[in-house]
Design a protein. Structure first.
Length: 216
């Protein structure tokens, strides 16, 4: 449950991310937080996440008592054995520039996570803005549009199994003549986005990428 409403800001982009994994809109307070949400949607170990999840108390260097709210609590598939992860999302430049102000609050968040049996992590643009994020942004719109024409999906998967692996370009050429390829391409991206066809999302996804049936 969100414990703090994100205010409108003139300094950063705020908004709501339409999370399919959570089945609801998830608030974000910067484009980097939005990018993390996008990335979490394509992390198979993650079953859900909550924005602004808990309040932590801490003292500033001056001794004044304050309250802070970490950015996200991320929940993992039980089979992974990984505990929930409490995380803060910060640009590296902000961490370096404002560390004296941030240190007490971030350390309090880490202590709270340990007390709850959770892990704690600070995620920056280095971990978030990767090839995997670029693939996630590209694929998410196909996932959001919902299942494709079942005829195209069935033909693509049957052909992919028969070939025992292929590339998008080769698969489309093998399955569909002429104009049908353009109609089938969104179905192929949907199959990859929904993990029914497997691809390495940690490298740039192209028409020449290697893909295979997820069950093979």
């Amino acid at each position: 449950m969100t414990v703090r409403q994100i205010p409108r800001s003139r300094r950063s982009i705020t908004g709501l991310f339409p999370s399919l994994k959570n089945g609801k809109m998830v608030p974000f307070e910067s484009t980097l937080e939005r990018d993390l949400c996008q990335l979490l949607e394509f992390d198979d170990a993650v079953i859900g996440y909550e924005a602004q999840p808990v309040i932590v108390e801490y003292r500033r260097p001056s001794g004044r008592r304050c309250q802070g709210v970490p950015d996200y609590l991320i929940f993992h598939e039980p089979t992974t054995g990984r505990p929930p992860e409490l995380c803060d999302v910060k640009y590296r430049s902000d961490l370096f520039a404002h560390w004296p102000e941030l240190k007490s609050r971030l350390k309090a968040a880490r202590r709270h996570a340990i007390e709850q049996g959770w892990s704690y992590k600070i995620r920056t643009e280095v971990e978030i803005r990767t090839d995997r994020l670029r693939n996630a942004v590209f694929l998410y719109r196909f996932l959001s549009n919902g299942p494709p024409d079942p005829k195209h999906a069935r033909i693509l998967l049957e052909c992919l199994r028969r070939l025992s692996g292929s590339s998008p370009a080769t698969l489309l050429a093998a399955c569909h003549p002429g104009v049908e390829r353009a109609l089938a391409l969104p179905a192929l991206w949907y199959l990859i986005a929904s993990r029914r066809a497997a691809a390495d999302l940690d490298v740039p996804l192209t028409m020449d990428s290697q893909i295979c049936d997820s069950d093979q």
